[in-house]
Structures are given as C-alpha cells and as structure tokens.
Write a protein that binds this ligand. Structure first.
Ligand code: DSN
Length: 440
C-alpha cells in the first residue's frame, strides 16, 4: 500500500495490528485469502461496466466480460444452479432486488423477526424499506429458540405471502429449508433462502443446502464463504421452472432497477473465492468452523454461561445474559473488547432489554478458524469470556432510560482501566499474535 498518505496509512497499519492482536468472534466477519485481497486492489477497480457480459453500456469491457462469465460459471457449478447474478453490492441491496423482482409494493413478505435472529431486510417493520414498501408479517421462535413452524404455517395460511424468506443473522440452528418449502407450496409463495451467514457451511457440506428447496437464494460473499465484500443471487431449477424469466427479472432488478456499475474487482474476487471453495481444503475448513463452534459453546457452558437454545448447529451462538441482568450485552461486549476479544451485542428471544441495550452477545468461529485456531484455543477463549462476564456482571443497566447513556459512558471509562480486563488482554494478545490472519 502507498505510504504517501501517512495519516491513512498509519490507521490502516493500526487496524491490521488490531486484527492480529485480537480475537475476532463476530460471526459475519472473516478474512479472504491473499488472492482475494490482491485482486481487490487491481486495475479492475478502474472500470465502468454497466450492463451484463456482451451487453454493456460502456466500451472496453472485453476482459471484464470474461471475468464476470468465469465468476458466474464457477458459482453455478459450485452450487448446482442454472442462473446467477454476481453484481449485488452487498446483502441488503441483493434482498431488495429479489423483492423488486418478485413482488409489487404492498404485497406480503414473511421473514424471521430481527429479535429472534432474522435480518432488517427480512421485513423488519416501520424503519426498513422491506417493512415499509411491503406488507410485512414476521414469524418467530418457540421457547426452545427454534423456528416455530406451526406459527410460520398459520401465518402463511392467514396472510398468503408472495414471498417467504428463510434466513438468519443470529439464529444458531440449521435453517430447515425443506420445512419452509412445504409451507411455501401450500400457499403458493416464492421461497427465498438468505444463506449469507451459512454459505460456507452449505458449500462445505455442514448445513442443509437450500438448492433443492428454494426458488431464489441470496448470499453475501464475505462471511463463511471467505470472498470479497459483495453478494450474489442464485436462481434454482425449481425457480426457473416456475418462471422461465426469473433470471432475467433478477438481472433487471439489479440494473436498471436498483444499481449502476458493478464492482468488477469484487466480481473477480467472487470468482477466486468460488474456485477456492470448490477445493477439498474448503470442506475441511467448514468442518473445523463447526467443530470450533461446538467447542466454544461447550466451554462457555462449562464456565457457567447460558446460550440461546443451549448451543449451536452452525458457526454462531448467542450468550444469553438476561437472567444475570437485562441489557448486560452492552457491558459484556465492551468489556470483551477491552480484554482483546471482539464480538457484538445482540438481542435474545423474548428480549427483556431493547435492541440498543440488549441482553445477549453474538459469537462465531469463521475468522478464528481461518486463522488456524482449533478446539484447544476455543476452550481457552470460552474461559476468558466467562472471566469477563464475571468481572462486569454486577454493572447493571439503570432502569431509568435517561440515565443509561451516562452510565455507559462511565462504565466504559472504568472498563478501559480495569486491571483484570487488561490482564486478560495480555494473555489474548500473546495467543492471537501467534496466528496469521489467513492460514488455511
Ligand atoms: N451485518 C450482518 C451481520 O452481522 O450478521 C448481516 O448483514
């Protein structure tokens, strides 16, 4: 990287050092291979290519056309689908494009509640485009934290959705696409699988594939898939049988519907990641992500912490702190960061706090696995997290909402200087620094 802009260069170096010295457990974060990183800063970044291969609005796209064709072909082969669009800028615009292609404004969209592990773009009411432009109906989880398929079915029969989304960001269990399919068939809905979080597990044989069940599949490319920041939309055989123009409708929803020029360096990165994901090593990676998730969950539980649904079937889990103190997720996530382990606060089902002051912390193993950490390290990380919770468990959020911002400010200043947290940080740094950002 050029060192001419010293201000930015120093910050980038500092960020890289932070990532090396710390343990990243945000389940949507990962690190792409050196080949993916290299292509992102290539000359592909310079080119405008609105349109699709062979049908561009700009000249000079001979090489870009080939790159996009390679990317599409590799993804089609990897997943076994007949149609793919690799141009979405990221997951949220990709979901918008799917809805734009499949629904008219005011038609009904069903998705998992955000507080139960869904995503904003799955119809979160009032504040999102998906909740405002469509008639959003949200399903949730049962007391065991698993999707309540009786409720999904009842809601579907009552509201006759045009689209049912099966997807997650904080739901720790497998998405049962086969069950969603039965319900979608019963009411004549499109089934859209948002597998952004679990794509790597699907490709790696560690999660049910949505390909036989969904009509349309959306995934981001930078999470368990380990590619560049971007997204892709896949149309299945089933989707094309229902509507032979479905692929064309998705393409038109991306451009001219919602986007302009594709990010060509990202497209090349997707092609590289798809090739990497087709190698036997990637199957091993996905298996280790799952093993590490189980090991981390076991360690957290052995050290006295409660998990939403008591565990995980994927790469992610959510610590449920609601019985210790509602809203404690904010303090624990911050204290973990001081201690060198970064994650994010998250709501839990039946959240007694609020989205801003939730009672959970979400964790995942894609990045630590990419760095080469294994079961032994997960055991240790679980112990560290339990120590952090113990240090801050009495720092209860004030009930008076007006006092909360001041409380958090003071809490943070105390945490920054807390000797016990800083002692853990030393141990974390010593361990984390021995693992490269990308091992295998
Ligand atoms: N922001 C992503 C996540 O953290 O899960 C989803 O878009």
């Amino acid at each position: 990287m050029s060192k001419q802009d010293t201000e930015i260069h120093k910050l980038v170096e500092r960020e890289e050092q932070r990532q090396i010295e710390m343990i990243g457990l945000i389940p949507s974060e990962n690190n792409g291979s050196p080949a993916v990183h290299a292509v992102l800063s290539s000359s592909l970044n310079n080119k405008y290519s609105e349109g699709y291969p062979g049908r561009r609005y700009y000249e000079g796209n001979q090489n870009i056309d080939e790159i996009e064709n390679v990317a599409r072909d590799r993804v089609k082969e990897l997943f076994g689908v007949p149609y793919v669009n690799v141009q979405p800028y990221s997951g949220s615009p990709a979901n918008s494009a799917i809805y734009f292609a499949l629904m008219q404004p005011g038609e009904t969209l069903m998705g998992l509640k955000l507080a139960n592990g869904g995503h904003l773009t799955h119809g979160h009411p009032n504040v999102t485009a998906s909740g405002r432009f469509y008639n959003s109906v949200q399903y949730g989880v049962s007391d065991n934290a698993r999707i309540n398929f009786d409720e999904v079915r009842q809601l579907a029969l009552k509201h006759k959705p045009r689209v049912i989304v099966a997807g997650n960001t904080a739901y720790p269990f497998e998405l049962e696409f086969d069950k969603f399919r039965e319900i979608a068939d019963e009411v004549g809905a499109w089934l859209v699988a948002d597998i952004s979080h679990v794509t790597g597990l699907v490709v790696g044989g560690q999660h049910q594939s949505p390909v036989p069940y969904a009509d349309v599949i959306m995934t981001t490319t930078h999470k368990t898939f380990r590619g560049p920041r971007g997204a892709m939309i896949l149309v299945t055989e089933r989707g094309l049988e229902k509507d032979p123009d479905l692929g064309k409708k998705i393409d038109s929803a991306i451009i001219p519907g919602l986007q302009g020029g594709p990010h060509n360096a990202t497209t090349a990165g997707i092609a590289i990641a798809a090739k990497e994901a087709a190698q036997p090593e990637f199957q091993d990676y996905a298996k280790r992500v799952r093993e590490n998730a189980d090991a981390l969950a076991d360690s957290l539980k052995a050290n006295g912490l409660k998990l939403v649904g008591d565990g995980t079937e994927t790469h992610l889990m959510v610590i449920d702190l609601s019985e210790i103190s509602p809203g404690l997720g904010v303090q624990v996530a911050y204290a973990m960061d001081v201690a060198g382990i970064y994650a994010n606060r998250n709501t839990v089902p039946h959240e007694p706090g609020s989205p801003f002051y939730p009672s959970g912390v979400r964790l995942g193993t894609p990045l630590v696995t990419t760095r080469g950490m294994g079961v032994e390290e997960m055991k240790q990380i679980g112990e560290w997290i339990a120590r952090v919770v113990d240090i801050v468990k009495d720092k209860t959020l004030p009930e008076d909402k007006k006092e909360r911002a001041k409380f958090i400010k003071e809490f943070r200043a105390q945490a920054d200087a807390n000797k016990d947290l800083l002692a853990i940080r030393k141990e974390v740094t010593a361990l984390a620094s021995t693992f490269p950002l990308f091992k295998s």
